[in-house]
Design a protein around this ligand. Sequence first.
Ligand code: PGA
Length: 257
Amino acid sequence: MATTMSRIKLVAGNWKMHGSLASNLALLTAVTSGAKAFDGQFAVCVPYPYLAQAQAVLAGSKVAWGAQDVSEHALGAYTGEVSASMLNDFGCRYAIVGHSERRSFYGDTDAVVAAKFSAALKVGLTPILCVGETLDEREAGITTAVVVRQMDAVLAAAGVAALGQAVVAYEPVWAIGTGKTATPAQAQDVHAIIRARVARDDKAVAERLQILYGGSVKSTNARELFGQPDIDGGLIGGASLVAEDFLGICAAAGGQR
Ligand code: PGA
């Protein structure tokens, strides 16, 4: 479903398990000063221990920050977990939920992802809900079924109004960290399916929803991807670790459509 409504583009970095205090300082400083030149919304999702540093460097700037996961529980005996209210204490705006690495390496099921989504929303964080199919699933012709199932789990648990406070990221698993980007047409097809699924429950929420593409986005392919009618920015892994590369993608976000 292509729309005529203007949605601001969002470029969010996902540092994954990379960084050090020293290297982060250089990267955050370069990103925040470079981003001043561009229109759009920008964010970096850093490892938990570096949230305080991100807050210190980025506060008052154009670049928001967030975490890469969040517990589905509010508090309690959950060794090693981090709650949404703790993320709030460090000024986070975003929490990624359902990244394919969490789903595949740490057993985050659709139900757990939906619970994490709700936990983030409950304290006012904006969840970035990741969905996407594996290569086997794409080759089996079940991309739509998989992505719709992942969306359904959150819609059933949280309700469509909750999507109005969230961001969705379509990340085909076969494109993550592989250098194989979905073509703009492939990505647009799935983005339109996601938007249509949300529109089935609420057209206005679907029209406003930012749907990011993730999977080997680079400054060289970002502009064409972001030019698709239902692609509202990107979730950037590898290229978010190099200021020049990340800023090249921020530049491609341009302004409002
Ligand atoms: P990539 O990662 O840009 O390195 O492919 C994207 C992601 O996993 O969010």
